[in-house]
Design a protein around this ligand. Structure first.
Ligand SMILES: NC(=O)c1ccc[n+]([C@@H]2O[C@H](COP(=O)([O-])OP(=O)(O)OC[C@H]3O[C@@H](n4cnc5c(N)ncnc54)[C@H](OP(=O)(O)O)[C@@H]3O)[C@@H](O)[C@H]2O)c1
Length: 355
């Protein structure tokens, strides 16, 4: 039974790190209500409260604890399915759901670079949403797949978007310090990460390089033409629980001073439609110029985890500007932004009625 006026939604991979963040963010959502949770055969058939090893700080709501975990075969209640599945199994499951009529908002890597799948950061490229019309037509699906970028890309590109619009990015050099929660649960073994830095996050550098260019690309009649800039990423896993910190140098096609970049980041606002979504933070980018900020422990929850914090904006002797940014990997980089994308589907009139 769903509450009157709320749209039922389902969560795949609900027992994992990102799945639990979905449950916690959707517990009191004004438009959506969790109607079904699904995971692997090891969890299916058990009440969610028993199957999950709950790691969120908020209490697990009784109603959701009592939901029986489903396996991942359709049908699912409600028009929207959030996917937080292991990428090794997600592809065919997400396709089957979209074929069967669901709007699948996915955190997995599987479909991000498909030309007819929008890869969305709503504040940066909400116009790419229309790609789902072509996707549904060419694939003959009644539903569609919409993708959330990789967690390091989400933070980086939200901060780059206003700078790209104003000064046109030409080159990016980025070195990440990524939290262990980015590897899911139980993730990186304690003996590998405590007192240590691991200078490799599998596949992440390639994802940052291609996804950034697609998100900041231009939408035309033939789809998205990727933005033309070079990006060099070094990705590192550090002993932080949540929050990806990124040290970035950027070269631009137009001249820009640190003061102009700071003013541009501070003035950045989403379109009125996106700004009005329940999960959208105001502002999307916070600039903090204190000498030792941002820090994961102190700045992670700005904008309820949906804002990116930028600091240390200064000249770069090799490219034009240097800065440090922080993004919440399981909120802006995963569940929070996926919920925001689903809100955009509702606000755009593609799922209704608007509660
Ligand atoms: N963690 C992050 O910060 C982050 C950020 C962005 C994107 N992502 C992506 O989001 C997805 C989930 O990540 P995570 O960190 O939440 O991983 P996780 O903690 O390992 O959770 C994986 C989930 O997938 C389910 N699953 C595994 N095998 C399955 C199968 N054969 N059939 C159905 N369900 C299966 C698991 O269910 P059981 O509990 O039943 O095994 C669990 O619910 C991944 O694709 C990841 O790359 C993660």
């Amino acid at each position: 039974m769903s509450s009157p006026g709320k749209i039922p939604v389902s969560i795949l991979g609900a027992t994992g790190t990102v799945g639990q963040k979905f449950v916690s963010l959707l517990a009191d959502h004004p438009w959506f209500e969790v109607a079904a949770v699904a995971a692997s055969s090891a969890s299916a058939g058990r009440p969610y409260g028993e199957a999950v090893r709950w790691r969120e700080q908020s209490a697990l709501p009784d109603r959701i604890a009592g939901l029986m975990v489903k396996d991942c075969t359709p049908p699912f209640p409600g028009p929207i399915v959030f996917s937080a599945l292991d990428a090794d199994v997600a592809g065919p499951i997400e396709q089957a759901l979209a074929r069967a009529g669901s709007f699948v908002v996915t955190n997995t890597r599987n479909h991000r670079m498909d030309p007819d799948v929008p890869l969305l950061i709503p504040e940066a490229n909400a116009d790419h949403l229309v790609l789902i019309d072509r996707q549904r037509e060419t694939r003959g699906w009644t539903g569609a797949i919409l993708a959330n970028p990789n967690c390091s890309t989400a933070g980086l590109v939200l901060a780059l978007a206003p700078l790209h619009q104003a000064f046109e990015v030409e080159k990016v050099f980025v070195s990440t310090m990524q939290a262990v929660s980015g590897a899911g649960y139980p993730g990186v073994p304690a003996l590998d990460i405590l007192g240590n830095v691991v200078p490799h996050v599998g596949g992440e550098e390639e994802k940052m390089e291609r996804e950034s260019r697609k998100i900041l690309g231009r939408l035309g009649t033939d789809g998205v033409t990727p933005a033309e800039f070079a990006l060099s990423a070094h990705t590192n896993r550090v002993a932080v629980i949540e929050g990806h910190l990124e040290a970035v140098s950027v070269g631009f096609r137009r001249r820009v001073t640190p003061e102009q970049a700071i003013a541009t980041l501070r003035a950045f606002r989403a379109s009125p439609c996106v700004a009005g979504l329940p999960s959208s933070p105001a502002p999307p980018v916070e600039v903090d110029l204190r000498a030792d900020r941002p820090q994961p422990r102190l700045d992670l929850d700005r904008g309820r985890g949906m804002a990116v914090t930028v600091g240390r904006v200064r000249p770069c002797p090799i490219l034009d500007l240097r800065m440090v940014l922080l993004g919440h990997n399981t909120v802006r980089g995963a569940a929070g932004q996926a919920v925001q994308i689903a809100e955009l589907l509702v606000a755009d009139g593609r799922v209704g009625p608007h509660p």
